[in-house]
Each structure stands twice: as C-alpha cells, then as structure tokens.
Design a protein around this ligand. Structure first.
Ligand code: DAV
Length: 372
C-alpha cells in the first residue's frame, strides 16, 4: 500500500481489522414519530412521545467515549476515520414525505455495507435516516480517489410513502405477546412495496451473506441484495423471539470461522440451521447481558452485550460493563479488550453498530461449501 493511500476490502466480520470508520454523537436527534421508528420503540420505553435534540451533556459524554475508543484502535495500529455530521435538526423532505428532523451518525454499520472492495449505501427504512449517507460521502470520496479498485455503490433510494408500512403496527397498546406472534409469522412493520434494507441486517461470511428479515429489511430488500451480489450466496434468516426485530448484530454474532453466538431469546429456527450444521459451524447461546434495562433514551435492547467488534480471530472488543459476555469470550479462548461505551448506546448502538469496516486483511473464502 502506498503511504497515506488506503484500500477498501473486507469480506467477513473477523479477519484482522486495519481500517475502520467510527461514528460520532454530534447533534444527534430523537426523531419525531414515523411508522417504522415507532414500531421499534418498546411500549414501556422512556422515549415514547419525546423528540428533538438530545441533551448536550449526553452528546459530549457519548463523543468522549467514541473518541477514546477510536484512540485505542489507533494505538493498536488500526486507521480510524470519522464521519462529517450534517445538520440533523433539518427536516427530511422529498416529493413523497416530510419528517421533522434527522437522526445522527453514530452507527455507520447501519448505513454502509462493505463487501470486498465495494461499499454499498443501504436504502434505509426510516424516513429520518434517508439522508444519513451524506455524513459518509467525504470519506467515500477520498477512498474513491485513493483506491482505483474501490466501488462506491448506492442502493435505489426508497420512496417511503405510507404504502411501505403496515398501519396495524402503529397502535400503542398491541402488547408484546401479539408482537411476538407477528414476528413468528414474519409479519413486520414494513410492507413489500419496494426493496428496503439497513446494512446492519447483513452479516458477511466470505462467499455467503446472511440477512435478517425483520422491521428494517423486507423480502424485496433481500432479493435486491441477492441480485446485486451475484457472486455471493444470500441467505435470509429471521429470529422469532424478538418482538422488535431490527438489525442482526445483537442477535447473531460470528466470532471466528466455525463459531457463532446466538441470542438465547432469539434463537435461529431449526430449519435455518442446516447451512451451519452441514459445514460444522457451532452456534452457541450468548451469555446473558449484565443489565436489566437499556440506558436512558436508548432504542436498543440490553442485548447490545453481544454487539462486539472483532479485531482479529483471537481478539474481540466487548463493552466494559458486559462482564458475562466478556467471561464467555475469554473462556472461548479470545483475548478480550474492554471498551467503555455504554453511555454512547443511546446514540445508535454498541461497538459493532458504531463502526463500519474499510479494510480487513484476507480474501473471499468459502466457509460453507456444503450448501442446502
Ligand atoms: O436488540 O435492540 C439493536 C441493534 C442495533 N444495531 C436490539 C437490536
């Protein structure tokens, strides 16, 4: 690699990480009500009915933790890039919809999907996140200038009219039992009006991509990914135990070739395990979270405990307070790096969410030669 020029390449979640994007908490907003977002906020959440800019002292604290995390990665020889926040107080307005504010740019993992030498901007499925890709454009522009093999792609922007959302999901008091039944039937808040996906619903296993069907990714989104990644095999999965299924990265966490942690409350159904079983991959229950509830004003569940960032097949970053998850990974032979991040969770997630791969060593391997 020429000095100061960087290549884009990453094929999986575990090969040695050399270059990564870490998000920022700047100016993060709680967006006003909109269908897909409302469906994710649990019925007993402290976020119900609130919107506007988050308190500045929480933003400052979140940024302090994200800066410390970035510095730790740099001290380990990993290059870190940061996004350029836009003014999230501005409304999002298209010919099809208007919503009062945007969200933020703490979780690049939700927006950017790196597969090989390509970074794909996801469609997204929340109106407030329609323009979030703009925060990453200065970086993508630089990668494009530096690396003649880098492919910058953007999935078709969705229209996100009311046709994209099932109105059934929006009444307040549905109850968790009903939501679990719907999730088991694969009846989610998003319809099949047009392809929708968030990048954080995709896990990369070399030649195979595993995609969660849920609130943020619909069947057409998965089909779009299948047609787009024509050299890959794309597998749809779903996790019936999650009443608010968005993003796969607090549910199903590959650690290294042959080993996956699965959220014991959101088990992969038996008929979807064959691919892993046939290829001698072990799926084990993740350790329980250390907390009974998420921090204040946080969208995500306590299972951010599983939202780890793998630095290489022997080293993993785990949130500092998640002692059970750290113990489990230690007993599995991993070196655990503790990272203080809990006070940044509210801005969009954990250690996996707040990062996006630019470069991992290694090449595209076939980990599942025995296909179903
Ligand atoms: O369990 O609330 C959080 C995933 C964030 N990317 C959850 C899913």
């Amino acid at each position: 690699m020429e000095k100061n020029k960087f290549k884009v390449s990453s094929w999986n979640e575990w090969d040695p990480l050399k270059h990564v994007i870490v998000g920022k908490a700047d100016n993060c907003h709680i967006p006003p009500p909109e269908p897909a977002l409302d469906a994710k906020v649990p019925e007993n959440s402290d976020m119900k009915g609130k919107w506007g800019k988050r308190p500045q002292e929480t933003i400052d604290k979140g940024n302090e933790l994200l800066d410390n995390f970035s510095k730790m990665l740099e001290d380990r020889g990993i290059k870190v890039d940061r996004p350029t926040p836009v003014d999230f107080s501005l409304p999002v307005s298209t010919p099809d919809f208007t919503t009062g504010s945007q969200f933020g740019c703490m979780p690049p993992r939700d927006v950017l999907l790196t597969v090989g030498s390509e970074i794909l901007e996801a469609t997204m499925s929340y109106r407030c996140r329609w323009f979030e890709y703009l925060c990453y454009r200065p970086l993508l522009k630089k990668y494009w200038e530096d690396d003649p093999n880098f492919r910058h792609e953007s999935a078709p922007k969705p229209r996100l009219t009311d046709e994209d959302y099932h109105p059934d999901y929006l009444s307040e008091k549905i109850g968790e039992q009903k939501r679990l039944e719907w999730a088991a039937e694969k009846f989610f808040v998003t319809t099949e009006e047009e392809p929708l996906f968030d990048a954080a619903d995709v896990l990369r296993f070399g030649k195979d991509l595993v995609v969660q069907h849920g609130f943020t990714t619909n069947k057409k989104g998965i089909e779009w990914l299948r047609r787009h990644y024509s050299d890959h095999r794309v597998h749809a999965v779903n996790f019936p135990g999650d009443p608010y299924p968005i993003h796969i990265d607090a549910t199903f966490t590959p650690i290294k070739p042959g080993l996956i942690l699965n959220n014991p409350k959101r088990r992969l159904p038996d008929d979807q395990r064959k691919l892993f079983e046939k290829n001698d991959w072990e799926i084990i229950d993740a350790a329980p979270p250390a907390h009974n509830s998420p921090p204040a004003l946080c969208y995500s569940s306590v299972w951010l405990s599983m939202n780890v960032l793998i630095l290489n097949p022997k080293t993993v970053c785990v949130e500092k307070s998640e002692v059970y998850q750290a113990e489990q990974l230690d007993s599995l032979g991993m070196e655990v790096v503790e990272v203080d991040l809990r006070d940044a969770y509210a801005f969009g997630g954990g250690l996996h969410c707040c990062t996006a791969d630019v470069y991992r060593e290694g090449k595209c391997e076939d980990y599942f030669p025995n296909q179903n």
